[in-house]
Design a protein around this ligand. Structure first.
Ligand SMILES: [Zn+2]
Length: 304
C-alpha cells in the first residue's frame, strides 16, 4: 500500500478565489451548467493544443461536456475527475473549475507537477439537469450515484431520495461516466467529487489506500485551518474518513474496473466557519482539500 507524503508546507488557496453563495456575483444554487462550462471553455480557447472538449451526451437539452487537459511534459498520472453527479452539490464543480483556472493561468510553481505531468479528464457537470433545477436526482427522478453495476439494487420506491432507477446503467449520465472509465483504464485514481451538508470534509472508504490518504491529508490540513481560522482552534479533527455502505455507486463501478476510487466530499457550509451555502471560506477550504490531496497523490503514487 502506498505511503503518502503530504507537501512540506500545505498549499494555500489564494484569497482572490470567489465563493458561489448568495453574497457573491455567481449564486450557484440559482445557476446552471453554463456557469461552469464558461470557465472551462475559456481555458479550452486559451489552450487549444492542450485541452480537448467533447460533448458526451445531452439530457433534456442540457449538455454533458468533457474536457481532457493534457500535461505540458511527460505523462506521469492520468486522473479522471467527475463533479456534480448530484445536482445540488455545485460547490465541487465550482472548486474544481477554479483549480483548473489556477493551474493553467497562474504560474504557481507548487502546482508544476500537476500542470506538467498529469492528464486530467474532466466531466465537470455530470448531472446538468439536476444542477439547473437544484435537485439531487436527474430528470427521470433517479439518484445517479445508485445507478451503477455491479452491486446495483432495485428499489421499488421511485420517490426514495436514493432511487437508483430500473436497471444499472439505465441513464445517459451514467453511461457517460462508464465511457470515461473505458478510456482511462490506466488511471492512477478516479476522483468522484461531491459536497456534504454542514459537515467537515471527508473521504468515503472502500478498503483501498484512501484511509491512509485521509490520515495523511486531514491532520495536516486541520493544523493549517486552526491557524487560519481562530474559530476552529478547538476542534480536534477538521476532516475525516468513513466507510460507505450504499449500493450501486460510481465508486463501486470504478473499483470493479480494477481502479482506485476516491470519493471526496467537501462541505456545502463549513461547520463553525461559514454563513451561507458555498460561501468563500468554504470554497477556500474545499480548494485546499482538492489541491493538497492531488499533490499528495502525485508525489506518492508510482509514475507511469
Ligand atoms: Zn453527492
Amino acid at each position: 500500500m502506498a505511503m503518502f507524503v503530504f507537501p512540506e508546507t500545505p498549499w494555500c488557496a489564494p484569497r482572490s478565489i470567489p465563493g458561489g453563495s448568495c453574497d457573491d456575483a455567481v449564486v450557484l444554487t440559482e445557476a446552471s451548467e453554463q456557469v461552469i462550462y464558461d470557465i472551462y471553455d475559456a481555458l479550452a480557447e486559451a489552450f487549444p493544443d492542450q485541452i480537448k472538449k467533447q460533448v458526451m451526451g445531452e439530457v433534456m437539452s442540457h449538455k454533458i461536456n468533457r474536457y481532457t487537459i493534457m500535461p505540458r511534459k511527460a505523462l506521469w498520472h492520468r486522473i479522471p475527475v467527475v463533479t456534480l453527479l448530484h445536482g445540488r452539490e455545485a460547490g465541487c464543480a465550482w472548486t474544481a473549475a477554479h483549480f483548473f483556472r489556477l493551474l493553467l493561468l497562474e504560474d504557481d510553481p507548487r502546482l508544476d507537477i500537476l500542470r506538467n505531468h498529469v492528464c486530467f479528464d474532466v466531466i465537470p457537470v455530470a448531472n446538468p439537469w439536476g444542477f439547473a433545477h437544484d435537485l439531487r436526482k436527474n430528470a427521470n427522478g433517479i439518484d445517479l450515484n445508485r445507478n451503477f453495476a455491479p452491486d446495483f439494487v432495485y428499489d421499488r420506491d421511485p420517490e426514495s431520495s436514493e432511487y437508483g432507477g430500473p436497471f444499472p446503467g439505465s441513464e445517459t449520465e451514467t453511461q457517460v461516466l462508464m465511457q470515461l472509465l473505458e478510456e482511462n483504464k490506466d488511471a492512477t485514481v478516479v476522483l468522484d467529487y461531491h459536497n456534504v451538508g454542514n459537515r467537515y470534509p471527508l473521504f468515503y472508504t472502500y478498503g483501498g489506500p484512501e484511509v491512509q490518504l485521509a490520515e495523511t491529508v486531514f491532520p495536516a490540513l486541520t493544523k493549517k485551518w486552526q491557524q487560519d481560522y481562530p474559530q476552529l482552534r478547538d476542534v480536534p479533527a477538521l476532516g475525516l474518513h468513513k466507510p460507505n455502505g450504499h449500493e450501486g455507486m460510481f465508486a463501486d463501478y470504478i473499483i470493479s474496473k480494477g481502479l482506485w476510487a476516491l470519493t471526496m466530499e467537501t462541505p456545502m457550509t463549513m461547520p463553525g466557519l461559514s454563513q451561507t451555502k458555498f460561501d468563500t471560506p468554504t470554497i477556500h477550504i474545499s480548494l485546499e482539500v482538492l489541491v493538497n490531496t492531488l499533490l499528495t497523490i502525485t508525489a506518492s503514487m508510482p509514475k507511469k
